[in-house]
Every structure is written in C-alpha cells, then in structure tokens.
Design a protein around this ligand. Sequence first.
Ligand code: NAD
Length: 440
Amino acid sequence: MTSSHSTNATPVSNPYGHPLPSYLQADRLGPWGIYLQQVDRVIPYLGHLARWAETLKRPKRALIVDVPIELDNGTIAHFEGYRVQHNTSRGPGKGGVRFHQDVTLSEVMALSAWMSVKNAAVNVPYGGAKGGIRVDPKTLSRGELERMTRRYTSEIGIIIGPTKDIPAPDVNTNEQIMAWMMDTYSMNEGATATGVVTGKPVELGGSLGRREATGRGVFTVGVEAARHIGLDVGQARVAVQGFGNVGGIAAKLFAQAGARVVSVQDHGGTIYRDAGLDVPALLAHVAEVGTVAGFAHAEVIANELFWEVECDILIPAALEQQITAANAPRIKARLVIEGANGPTTPEADDILQERNILVLPDVIANAGGVTVSYFEWVQDFSSFFWTEDDINARLVHIMKEAFAGVWSVSQDKKVSLRTATFIVACTRILRARELRGLYP
Ligand code: NAD
C-alpha cells in the first residue's frame, strides 16, 4: 500500500476505486474539486465504461518546477511553475500556459482535466494538459519575462514535444511567449520544432485565424444555442466579463451580428451603456491603456452590479468561479456562454438550471481555440498552410457539429449541456482507454 492510500483525509465520492491520494483531494471547493463533482455527475451515464472512470480523477502526470531567473536589478527570483498532463489516451497532451499570481497546482490540474474533456468534446485527437507559473507578469520587464519563459520551457522540456504535449497561450501569455517557448525547445533539441507550441506568430508557423478562434467559437456555438431557445442574436443585449483575447473577440462578433454589448467588466472595473458600447472603439482603448476603465463613452458601474445588468446573453470570459451561489440568483440573462474555463460553480449551475437559464459550458463554448490550434499543428507537420477562409469554415463546421451532438444528448437524457458534453467527451476518452488497455 502506498502512503497516499493511508491518508486520514475524507475521501471524495469514489465508488470505483481506492480513496484518492491526498493531493487530489485537496482544495475541494477550488477548481479541481469542481471538476471532480462534474465527473461524479456523469458516471451514471457511462454504462460499462464507468469501470474506467477513476482514470478521469487522476492526472496522468504532474510536474512542479522551480524557475529561477536573475532580475534586472541583479537579485535572483524563484517562481513556481507547473505542467500537468491529465490524460493522453486519445493523443498527445494539449493545453495552454497561464502566467498569473493565483496559479496553483490544483488549478492547473483542473484546467488540464477540462482540456481532456474539451478536446474529446470537439473530437480533436488530443489528450488534455495545462501549465502555468505563479507570477504576476505585469511586475516583470520584457527581459525578465523572456528569461522566465525560457527557463520554464527548458524545465518542462522533459515532458513536452510536438508528439507528446503541445502548450498554447492562456491568461497573460501570447504569441511572443509562444515564440520564445518554440525557440527554447528548438535550441535544446538542436532542430527547429514549430509544432511544439500553437498560438505562435504566423511568421513562425502560426495559423491564420488562431488569434480570433476562441472568440469566434464562442460566437458560433452561442448563436446555435440562442436559436434553440428562440433568442434572436441580432436583437440581444450582451454583457461580457473579461475583454481580452476571448471576451474582446466574442464581443466584436456579437456586435457585428447586431447585438448590443451593454456592459463589459475587466480587472480595471465595469462599464455600461444602455444603447450599446462602441466595441471597436473599446477594443482600441484597451489596446492602448490595458483596461476598459477610463473609456469615455460609457458609465462606470460598481463591479457587483455587473451580475444584475439587464441582458439576454452573459459571457464570462475572465477567470474561474465568477458565477457563484451569491450572484446566480440575480443574473437576468437567458443564456450564459462560458468563454472562460470554469467560471460557474456547481451550486450556481444548479441555480441557473432551476431558473431556466441555459448554460453553454466552457468545454464546448471555448473549444474554438484548441480547434484552430489543432489546425496549426497539422499545418506545421505538413508545412502547408491554409487560407483564413478555409480555417474559419472548418472551425465553424467542427463547432456546429459538436454542438449538435451535445444538444441531442442533452435532450435525449434530459441533462444540462454541461453533463451532456461530459457524457460525449468522457465516453470518447474512456473508450480509447478501454481499447488501448492497461500497460503492461
Ligand atoms: P486574456 O489575458 O487575454 O484576458 C483576460 C481578461 O480577463 C482581461 O480582460 C482581464 O482584464 C480580465 N480579468 C482578469 N481578472 C479579472 C477580474 N478579477 N475581474 C474581471 N475581469 C478580469 O485571457 P484570455 O485568453 O481571454 O482568457 C480568458 C479566459 O478564457 C480564461 O479562463 C482562459 O482559460 C479561457 N480560454 C482562453 C482561450 C484562448 O485561446 N485564449 C481558449 C480557451 C479558454
């Protein structure tokens, strides 16, 4: 018996195996705990594959690395970095890298698990992985950021690679950081390996359309979901939390479709305009000053009021655990589209369901990014690059098909779209596990 089995901690619900090791039980109210609850909800629908469900509750591999760098002032700083490969049954690990002061192992484990589910939900041939560094990158100079990124890449270089695990951008990481990661890995390997990361600059084997892909996917499946509940997007009022890569692009596409984006919240504050914000002007403002705060053509409202803004569509596109039991009863929207990963707690999920508010879950709503990352990786391997029209058309096709499949499972089994997506995805993952069998 291993020491992990002799823990005295209360085991989480785990009908198919031994108690989970203590580090997997930690932080039950955090993202990993939320993920475990989501898995528990799906087990009754897995049929004979439930035998393998324990696989979903344990990351395959988790690496914690020390990332020391010399700061510009000559002192040495140490950062804690992580790379977690949750599951590789269906293909190499795939998932972003987050630089944020609140990153923890538990959070990265949850994000990696949601990547397994997401990649299976849209049926791209990947497992799930995620990485991060516990750092506020805004406190670093460009040189410090580059040194930290390169040292982190070198440290996780023992488990990543174009056929093993392929990182991508997430919160506070971007094309430049992917370029440094690609270069560092390539230097260590002695050969240029463009396929080791996605979300790279187009000049280095990045894909056209990748930057906008997650927001475009949010919009595409959002329109499908709205249609199913008789909501006309052209007339809709939309509120968006987070105005970065995901929220900013999603807002732009909804506004282009005729919707009124009435409120936007980011780390700097919350703005509101009943007649609809000028989204292109707001994007230009954020590009210049880094936040929606200070935008001249809007009122400022208290952050708490964001959750009760009169709207039809609410798009959380910032961080986890934003929609909670405290604010879910006040939400006015008919449709919540999860651009962010894990923005809704399970209690809030239940409240929204009781209130007949449709939640389009992260594991399908924001899968557009990884779908075009997959296209990027395929293009890198074949060294043949597609047109942007081609890419967008293929993205829309995959997203609509995935949504249709999930919608029909949710209708057949009378479950939420989240549980339906987990049923589709976990079935694919565990079927792959079953076919491969256990080694040795
Ligand atoms: P980003 O760094 O480009 O933008 C993050 C946004 O969130 C910014 O507008 C920031 O101001 C805002 N924000 C940060 N803290 C906040 C707070 N406390 N309150 C309100 N707003 C806050 O990040 P992104 O790439 O747009 O990612 C946003 C979310 O989408 C994350 O959950 C990420 O995991 C998820 N996601 C991103 C992608 C992608 O391709 N970029 C793909 C799938 C999922």
